[in-house]
Design a protein around this ligand. Structure first.
Ligand SMILES: C[S@@+](CC[C@H](N)C(=O)[O-])C[C@H]1O[C@@H](n2cnc3c(N)ncnc32)[C@H](O)[C@@H]1O
Length: 408
């Protein structure tokens, strides 16, 4: 078993590793941000590393020397995943073509995540890039499948197809004209765009190391490119995310870092791996959607943003009045209109709303008492279905009374 975390400049440590030894290299070196990266851990310990360079040329030369060593220690069936971002990705792709050959380029993986910070005069960055290259044409690749999207017509996928004599794809039928099924489907092959949440500041997994990557990202890479007991190398291991992922997946690993604090932290994390489960990813986006379908249906055509976890407000209109929001609520089936209005009023006050709009979906058949006080600031609008229903009823009433008059 190899579980090593070594201290030093990876250029020199790599030289101690024999040729053709490693199954997967993942590297996440400084990105050429031209700044010092630092962060405080939960215990207020500060971790940092420098990412300032004399020039882009010096940075690329630094990488080139080390990449040659990485290539040397890689086995023929191995792959390398180079993690970088917009600061230097364009130079790094050319460098990797140079060292591994452009024919060994396999994928440009876009790791995308949501961020909420402000940008000034350009688009808010929400991705990083991981270049995947192999050492030879014969490399390990374990296919990963993802679930079909909600919009996929599963019925069609489950039916077997073939090309007819005109080359057109048609469904296969048996001698009695019945459709033939394809058997179980594995899902859609993993694409090169990976949506994996960035570690939030409160994530259990977060150890306070600057630029720490999520375990989920490394687990996916390791599963794609290695098998159990293979040897994974991270020459810029930082807080040891790759090593923890490798351990959890029963792979061997070698980690290197020039910072002794990083090496110590990696050793601690490997001893006591903590993985935060993303509730969103585990349960899927749908689980976070708790607005009933009929409510969404009613509001869908209006320019609104849905509010998922608020019992008083279902949506906020895109149009603000005097900088204040206009909030909406849909009356639920069987819900008393006054009760619905009170809930909206209460929730709307907390949001300092400019207008409260309640969409009535049912006719009020209840007997009201003097205790029912309808909130005066709530505007009631009938839903389309209710308006149609009332219009039809009114027309029928008129028609009936005309008829009655005629017969009188
Ligand atoms: C972007 S961080 C890696 C973060 C890591 N992937 C994680 O999840 O925590 C880059 C690391 O490279 C290390 N480093 C910088 N120059 C190095 C060198 N010449 N050899 C080894 N490590 C180096 C820094 O100390 C830093 O920990």
């Amino acid at each position: 078993m190899t579980h090593q975390i070594l201290h030093g400049d990876c250029l020199f440590v790599l030289r101690e590793i024999p040729d053709d030894h490693i199954n997967l290299v993942y590297l996440d070196p400084p990105f050429f941000t031209q700044s010092k990266q630092s962060l405080k851990s939960k215990t207020m310990r500060e971790y940092s590393f420098t990412d300032t360079w004399e020039s882009m040329e010096r940075y690329i030369e630094f990488l080139r020397e080390r990449l040659y060593e990485m290539r040397r220690v890689m086995k023929d069936e191995s792959t390398i995943f180079f993690h970088c971002d917009r600061n230097a990705s364009h130079h790094i792709r050319v460098l990797l073509d140079d060292i591994f050959g452009y024919k060994r380029f396999l994928s440009e993986i876009i790791w995308t995540y949501r961020r909420w910070s402000n940008t000034s005069r350009s688009l808010l960055g929400s991705h990083q890039t991981i270049f995947m290259y192999s050492k030879t044409a014969n490399y390990t690749f374990n296919e990963i499948f993802q679930d079909y999207s909600e919009t996929t017509n599963l019925d069609q996928i489950l039916q077997r197809r073939e090309r007819n004599k005109h080359g057109k794809s048609v469904y296969v039928t048996d001698s009695e004209g019945r459709i033939v099924l394809n058997g179980p489907k594995k899902g859609v092959p993993l694409t090169d765009t990976w949506e994996i949440p960035f570690l939030n500041p409160k994530a259990r997994e977060r150890c306070g190391y600057p630029t720490q990557k999520p375990l989920q990202l490394l687990e996916r890479i390791i599963q794609l490119a290695t098998n159990e007991n293979d040897l994974v190398l991270d020459p810029f291991c930082g807080s040891g995310t790759t090593l923890v992922a490798a351990k959890l997946l029963h792979r061997n690993f070698i980690g290197i870092d020039s910072s002794i604090e990083a090496v110590e932290l990696s050793r601690q994390r490997v001893q006591n791996p903590i993985r935060s489960e993303s509730k969103l990813l585990e349960a899927g986006r749908e689980a976070y959607r708790n607005l009933p379908d009929d409510v969404i249906q009613i509001l869908r055509e209006s320019p609104v943003k849905f509010v998922q976890r608020n019992s008083g407000i279902d949506a906020i209109h895109n149009f603000f009045v005097g900088g204040k929001p206009v909030v909406l609520r849909v009356q639920r089936s069987g819900e008393d209109l006054t009760e619905a209005a009170k809930k909206l009023q209460q929730a709307g006050r907390k949001k300092d709303a400019a207008m409260l709009l309640l969409i009535r979906t049912e006719q009020d058949k209840r007997q009201h008492t003097f205790l029912d006080v309808f909130p005066a600031d709530v505007h009631v609008i009938d839903s389309l279905a209710l308006s149609v229903q009332s219009s039809i009823e009114n027309l029928l009433q008129t028609e009936l009374s005309e008829f009655a008059k005629g017969n009188a």
